[in-house]
Design a binder for this molecule. Structure first.
Ligand code: FES
Length: 218
């Protein structure tokens, strides 16, 4: 496979031709915040708006998960304009997200905590008015609990259930502020075609999907 050479944050790196900037950076230990990207997705939906980077010669920042590497490209993941956009995206996300790290089973292993630390944003940030969705928690699965109020709508669980396992028990419903991950017909997950494979819980980047205490030990 042909490779291209580029510079990311002053570091010379090589990446396969056609690779996205996000993966080229992560493969070289350069962190860029991201929630919705998947390496196998040839048409990223770029919905989380967290992976902004600046590229020399471009007027505006671009999302690293959609931008393809080019020979001689110079990427800056720490530019002021890119960080400003990423911080705003995180602050908007936090404005409608239930944050209770002290009692959350994913605390310490939560992508939101990692992104907030990287962007130097408090998880209790109040730049935007907090409006919680107050959706009911679904504990109908014998294995795990789904708290939609902690869901960041990254779509990773939907992808793993449908694309990797071919089950399709999960999907998105509604739009805008009301958008949420749910099952077909909004059934409780325990009554859906879920096969309790655990993969959606493993891939969830936040505390939205957490194992029940007994299942966590299995
Ligand atoms: S990872 Fe690029 S927009 Fe979500």
């Amino acid at each position: 496979m042909k490779t291209v050479s580029l510079i990311i944050d002053g570091k010379k790196v090589k990446a396969p031709e056609g690779e996205r900037v996000l993966w080229a950076a992560l493969d070289n230990d350069i962190y860029i915040p991201h929630l919705c990207a998947r390496r196998d997705n040839s048409a990223p939906d770029a919905s989380c708006r967290l992976c902004w980077v600046e590229i020399e010669g471009r007027l505006k920042p671009v999302t690293a998960c959609t931008e393809t590497v080019e020979n001689g490209m110079v990427v800056n993941t720490r530019g002021a304009a890119a960080l400003r956009l990423a911080r705003t995206a995180l602050e908007l996300l936090l404005a409608s997200n239930e944050v209770d790290c002290a009692s959350c089973a994913k605390s310490g292993n939560c992508e939101l905590q990692k992104i907030a630390a990287h962007l130097k944003i408090s998880l209790k940030n109040r730049r935007f008015r907090k409006i919680l969705r107050n959706l009911p928690v679904d504990d109908s699965s014998p294995l795990f609990i789904y708290n939609p109020n902690k869901c960041v709508l990254c779509g990773q669980c939907i992808w793993v259930c449908r694309q990797r396992l071919g089950i399709g028990a999960l999907g998105f419903a509604h739009r805008g502020f009301n958008r949420r991950m749910t099952t077909f017909g909004d059934q409780p997950i325990g009554q859906s075609p879920c096969r309790e494979c655990r993969d959606c819980v493993d891939i969830c980047p936040t505390g939205a999907l957490c194992f029940k205490p007994a299942a966590a030990k299995l």
